[in-house]
Ligand binder design. Structure first.
Ligand SMILES: C[S@@+](CC[C@H](N)C(=O)[O-])C[C@H]1O[C@@H](n2cnc3c(N)ncnc32)[C@H](O)[C@@H]1O
Length: 269
């Protein structure tokens, strides 16, 4: 499975425990109770939904995506291999703009997937659809990024070590590259790619490509308010002594626009 794009993506990009710790903390701090019903918009292979269900008795998840082969991959390698409770992960081959789910505690749009909506009215439609899906005390959480390296062309590499395939086999270490091919300052459109490379092999180029608009925190929060969310918070990580992210996400009223920061916006119904 060493060259399977979903295996490489998951190893390089996903940190489901950290994501789920974060959303549980946000919900608990705001609502003083435990969340149980998760809606994972743009779920891809639905790994987050699977880990959500496995994390706590009583948890249930709805994963929504337009790409059938990706959903099928997630069913085969993640859901069908759950020890129990596979029936508590509901995969939906639907558009997030129209999918219907039961009242949800937390809806998430991760890995910047809502950047796919380039027009303000389309992003607004998405936020309205997430709002409608939430229970009366539900919370929508999405990730976001910025910094001086965001609206520009760039190529960043990391080495991925000690990753496992869904079969439990160790992956040889490999390189992950994140590329911004073009950024258009007139439209804020951003064309990005993910590439992978094993030592001695050529790059597996453009394994994933995303044609996005780079949305900013104030734009997102204003549109959330327009569709009816009562309030929202912005979160970002701090910086370690080595100049890297400390991966500790705190609520902020000010984020210094340093080179490349990653954050979240949480919106409360
Ligand atoms: C960047 S991937 C994110 C995968 C996953 N959320 C993650 O965190 O790794 C974006 C996904 O959004 C899906 N997608 C794009 N537009 C969609 C829409 N309108 N409704 C549902 N899924 C959509 C694509 O098929 C793709 O799987």
């Amino acid at each position: 499975m060493g060259t399977d794009k979903h295996v490489l993506y998951s190893a390089a990009v996903q940190s489901t425990d950290a994501d789920l710790d974060f959303i549980e903390r946000v919900y608990r701090n705001k609502r003083r109770k435990q969340a149980h019903r998760l809606r994972e918009d743009f779920c891809g292979t639905a790994l987050l939904s699977v880990d959500w269900v496995e994390r706590r008795k009583g948890n249930e998840a709805w994963g929504i995506d337009l790409d059938l082969p990706t959903l099928a991959w997630g069913r085969k390698y993640y859901i069908d291999r759950m020890e129990k409770d596979a029936k508590k992960v509901h995969l939906m081959h639907k558009n997030v703009l129209t999918a219907k789910t039961p009242p949800i505690d937390i809806a998430i749009a991760f890995n910047f997937s809502y950047f796919i909506f380039k027009k303000r009215e389309d992003l607004k439609k998405y936020f309205a659809s997430a709002y409608k899906a939430l229970a009366s005390d539900g919370v929508l959480v999405m990730d976001i990024y910025g910094g001086t390296s965001a609206p520009t062309s760039c190529w960043e590499e990391r080495v991925i070590r000690n990753a496992l395939t869904p079969d439990g086999d160790k992956l040889p270490r490999f390189k992950y590259a994140w590329e911004h091919e073009t950024f258009n300052a007139v439209t804020n459109e951003l064309l990005t790619h993910i590439h992978f490379k094993y030592r001695g092999d050529p790059w597996m180029r453009r394994v994933f490509t995303y044609d996005w608009r780079l949305w900013s925190v104030p734009e997102v929060r204003e549109i959330l308010e327009e569709v009816g969310f009562a309030s929202s918070d912005a979160f970002s990580h701090g910086w370690g002594a080595d100049g890297e992210s400390d991966h500790v996400y705190r609520k902020r009223t000010k984020i210094i626009n340093e080179e490349g920061w990653v954050g979240y916006v949480a919106a409360y119904k």
